[in-house]
Design a protein. Structure first.
Length: 283
């Protein structure tokens, strides 16, 4: 069975359960075109490559502080993941937007334009639908487009941007349109194989604060998370909180958020060893 037919059957199966989730798929331009496409997941999930959220690529930086510009910076990452990054610092709000763009792109061949309204993105993110948010969204997508990322792990290598390009049209009045298009790099699909990406509960994420969002993504990539020192988590999440005791309190509060939304069933910071123990809720 061809790839196109397999994808069509998968989409039809999911769309039958949730018909509003899937726009019509663009057909390949010829029978010999190779379709490169992301996996399909439900409307209530968001997919992310594990390697992108097991470190400080998307930091927990303070929204009140200017973003640093990074040139060929080695990103703190877990284990054997090596990431070198050039571009403006990415934070959890950038991850939110990237998750939503990838979600929209999953039903079209990668490299094809993905069209959407800015209003629909803002609603999905639960951002206010005002002019300031429109500008913030545009700046965020532009930042994702201007990234230079080199990733190496035992199973994958990738060099490129997170968003290939971003465009919008001008209205007759001269004002910028709020109907936008993006394209993702087709090669990024390699990071979404069956064992290298995670489907995150979107509603849980939207209810969380900055550090809790980072922990949510990070622990989602581990079925049975191993204990980890508080100082290690501080490094991996890109926190600039120098006082470890202050960060430890922020961490406690964020772990409680994960308990409150039902993502974790247990969480504690062990006295003496300073090891963070968490247990994910089954299911």
């Amino acid at each position: 069975m061809s790839l196109e037919k397999t994808l069509a059957q998968l989409e039809a199966s999911v769309a039958k359960r949730n018909p509003e989730s899937f726009p019509k798929r663009a057909a390949p331009t010829s029978s010999t075109d190779k379709v490169v496409q992301l996996p399909l997941w439900s409307e209530f999930r968001r997919g992310i490559p594990n390697d992108l959220v097991r470190g400080a690529l998307f930091t927990v930086g303070n929204a009140r502080m200017p973003r640093a510009y990074r040139k060929s910076m080695v990103i703190a990452s877990l284990g054997s993941i090596e990431i070198t990054y050039t571009g403006e610092e990415l934070r959890q709000d950038d991850e939110d937007v990237f998750l939503q763009l990838v979600h929209l792109a999953r039903v079209s061949p990668l490299g094809k334009e993905v069209s959407f309204t800015a209003h629909s993105i803002l609603k999905a993110l639960k951002w206010p639908t005002n002019s300031r948010s429109y500008e913030r969204l545009k700046e965020t997508i532009t930042r994702l487009q201007a990234t230079g990322l080199e990733l190496r792990s035992p199973h994958h290598g990738y060099s490129g941007s997170l968003v290939r390009d971003f465009a919008w049209k001008q209205e007759d009045s001269g004002a910028p349109s709020r109907s936008w298009t993006v394209r993702l790099e087709p090669r990024i699909a390699a990071l979404f194989d069956n064992v290298s990406y995670t489907q995150i509960d979107w509603q849980q994420r939207l209810e969380l604060g900055t550090l809790a969002k980072w922990l949510h993504s990070f622990y989602y990539t581990h079925r049975s998370p191993l204990p980890m020192k508080t100082a290690t988590i501080r490094k991996l999440c890109g926190s600039t909180t120098k006082d470890l005791s202050k960060f430890r309190q922020l961490l406690r509060d964020s772990l409680q958020e994960l308990l409150d939304v039902g993502f974790l069933s247990k969480a504690e910071i062990e006295r003496g060893s300073d090891l963070v123990h968490v247990t994910r809720t089954s299911g």
